[in-house]
Design a protein around this ligand. Structure first.
Ligand code: WTA
Length: 648
């Protein structure tokens, strides 16, 4: 295994402006240094103090129990409820009339919920769940458009003690089915549809297909959003609005143990079978609460907008749990960034006077391509802080974001983290950290990150290697649903006692971390992690296909795009017709975002002697570059040559 190369050299630095620093939550470098040291040297006292800022129903006895490593227990013995943390504490206090959710539908309809109103709606939703027999310990699958009910449903599940498992609305019925079955979900919450680029996403329809012929789901709760016709299974399907009229709006939150599961969120695994990442209640809330507070520098009058979908971890941690735990005003938007025009986001920033804006590099690259005029047309002077997440941001996109969106005035927080980490791990703190374009900079409080070589030894300045975390942190995943062994193996076996989840990085002379991307086979399309194996299995499930290998190639817009290499059975005719069919097939099976951008037919695939496909070589071919790496394990050298020539 060789170290990871890096080719980027970036000299620009942007310290926080005096104005920003003076007004920020944390603007004193010495204070920051002291807190960071404490968070590493004396985590019990640091995290105990932070946790004390949340409303607990029963105090914890111990901050951390790491005796069963790598399964951590945080705030041992404590009890709390996530919906009470995010809603009740504010609804009962001075923030009762403060806006909690400011929502816009794609067609332009608007809704605002104060904390008091959010409280009523969460209680109502929780009572509907109870009326349908959902209770503590159950798993509920959500397949929702970006409407307030998505957040309300998550909080309602938390209130009754059921774990939610949100499936992104772009996934197809097969993905829903796999996740329902793996999680043993007994209820599904969906909607008749949602709006996306002026079209209706038929969500209920996908749920019906997913549940066809499988057992175990007793209730499909349908929120009316669009008013389109939907199929109906009597007894199982119920309209939310009909039940909502019949229940009370009083609902006591369940007292949950700090380590009770709050939610599952499935991500693609490199072996194909999706992984149910398991997050628990106390530590996750403490982590998302504190990162929201300091990374986004949240203040009472902020209007905060994270453009992610609730189907991803970013939506969980930074639309719902983190900001609401802080009593923030959160903007939520249903649709596409370019509907009705490419300036939709900017018109919303201006209309709602958004102050903190958090989006993904893939979106920023799209905005750049659509043209500066769409940004320049709008008054973005309300913005004071910008953030990015999902993949490394190329310095030029970072500079564009800073100039065009941030008016050269707003700091940018480039936040590195993962579904598994639950909360932001590397990020500037905007009042103290000088930023560098394309760099996620420094570890957050309590994060003991390092870059190591293949033996686990820490590397020196600017040496590329594996990004690991050496100490447990509160919002870390607690396991993979139903598969404790896979948890250990996936994250803790590569380096003894170190958490490693697949990214490479280097550390520069200032101690800043530069994330170099994933070192394994997972493809990141528009910030979405897709397993090569899943796409391959889907291709192979088509009758014409014998074998498939899928790799990512660099793509200006989506970060990576999928190139599929496919070998066919003897009777299958290679050609455009079949190519179209196969792409459509993947789209149907996994979802649109997994569609190969390029599909090449091949006579054979490069394999090792033990029969493993060498994706590394295919990646070079897909990217059109010479193969630099080791080819000694290659079984048949003629295969490579023929693949390069193949260009039908
Ligand atoms: C990548 C998203 C570079 C990384 C919160 C990680 C990033 C994976 C960054 C997790 C960043 C996320 N810079 N790479 N700022 N943020 N990544 O689970 O490869 O959807 O491991 O969580 O995205 O993706 P996930």
């Amino acid at each position: 295994m060789t170290r990871i190369e890096h080719h980027l050299s970036e000299e620009r630095r942007f310290p926080p402006s005096e104005e920003f620093r003076a007004a920020s939550r944390l603007g004193d470098p010495a204070e920051y240094e002291r807190l960071y040291r404490e968070s590493i040297d004396d985590p019990d006292s640091f995290w105990g103090r932070v946790a004390g800022e949340l409303p607990w129903m029963k105090p914890w006895e111990r901050v951390l129990d790491w005796s069963d490593a790598p399964v951590a227990r945080w705030f041992v013995g404590g009890q709390l409820n996530a919906s009470a943390v995010c809603v009740d504490q504010h609804a009962r206090g001075e923030r009762a009339q403060k806006r909690a959710i400011v929502w816009e539908g794609e067609p332009g309809d608007k809704r605002t919920l104060t904390y008091a109103e959010l409280h009523t709606e969460v209680c109502r939703f929780a009572n509907v769940l109870k009326a349908r027999g959902v209770s503590r310990g159950d798993r509920v699958l959500l397949y929702m458009p970006m409407i307030p009910e998505a957040a309300i449903a998550m909080l309602a599940c938390a209130r009754v003690g059921a774990a939610h498992s949100v499936v992104f609305g772009g996934f197809s019925s097969q993905a829903i089915r796999d996740r329902v079955q793996d999680a043993g979900a007994t209820a599904v919450i969906t909607s008749d549809g949602g709006w996306r680029r002026g079209k209706v996403l038929e969500l209920k329809h996908e749920v019906d297909a997913a549940l066809d012929g499988i057992e175990g789901v007793h209730t499909v709760l349908v929120v009316k959003r669009v008013g389109n016709d939907v199929g109906w299974t009597e007894g199982r399907d119920v309209w939310y609005h009909e039940l909502a009229e019949q229940v009370s709006t009083d609902c006591e939150p369940e007292a949950m143990d700090s380590e009770d599961v709050l939610f599952l969120l499935y991500t693609s695994g490199s072996t194909g079978k999706p992984k149910g990442i398991q997050h628990t209640t106390g530590g996750y809330l403490v982590g998302t609460y504190l990162t929201s507070r300091y990374v986004f520098d949240l203040r009472e009058d902020d209007v905060y907008w994270c453009t992610a979908d609730v189907g991803w971890i970013t939506g969980h941690s930074y639309i719902v749990y983190g900001p609401l735990a802080n009593g923030a005003t959160v903007v939520m938007y249903e649709g596409a960034p370019n509907h009705p025009g490419p300036d939709r986001f900017w018109s919303m920033v201006a209309d709602h006077r958004v102050t903190v804006f958090y989006t993904a590099p893939t979106a920023i690259r799209a905005f750049m391509r659509w043209g500066d005029e769409h940004v320049e047309r709008h008054d973005l002077s309300s913005l004071r802080l910008l953030g990015t997440v999902g993949e490394s941001i190329n310095p030029e996109a970072w500079m564009w974001y800073r100039r065009k969106v941030g008016g050269d005035r707003c700091p940018i927080v480039d936040t590195w983290w993962q579904t598994e980490t639950g909360a932001i791990m590397l990020s500037p703190l905007p009042g103290v950290t000088a930023t560098k374009p394309g760099c996620a900079t420094v570890p957050f409080f309590g994060v003991d990150a390092a870059v190591v070589d293949e033996t686990g030894q820490e590397l020196g300045v600017d040496e590329g290697g594996y990004l690991v975390v050496r100490k447990p942190w509160p919002s870390m995943l607690r396991g993979l649903w139903g598969d404790p062994e896979r948890y250990r193996e996936t994250y803790w076996s590569r380096f003894d006692g170190l958490y490693f989840a697949g990214d490479g990085a280097r550390r520069d002379a200032d101690g800043y971390f530069w994330v170099l991307g994933r070192v394994d086979d997972v493809i990141n399309v528009s910030g979405h992690r897709l397993s090569t194996m899943e796409v391959e299995s889907s291709l192979v499930s088509h009758p014409a296909v014998v074998e498939a290998a899928v790799v990512g190639r660099p793509d200006e817009l989506t970060g990576q795009a999928i190139t599929a290499f496919v070998t066919l059975g003897p009777d299958a005719p290679a050609g455009d017709e079949l190519r179209k069919q196969l792409v459509e097939h993947v789209s149907k099976e996994i979802g649109k975002l997994a569609r190969p951008a390029e599909l090449r037919f091949a006579n054979a695939l490069p394999k090792t002697r033990s029969g493993k496909i060498m994706r590394r070589l295919l990646r070079d071919i897909a990217a059109g570059v010479e193969t630099a790496g080791d080819t000694t394990t290659l079984e048949d050298f003629t295969v490579l040559a023929s693949l390069r020539k193949y260009d039908d």
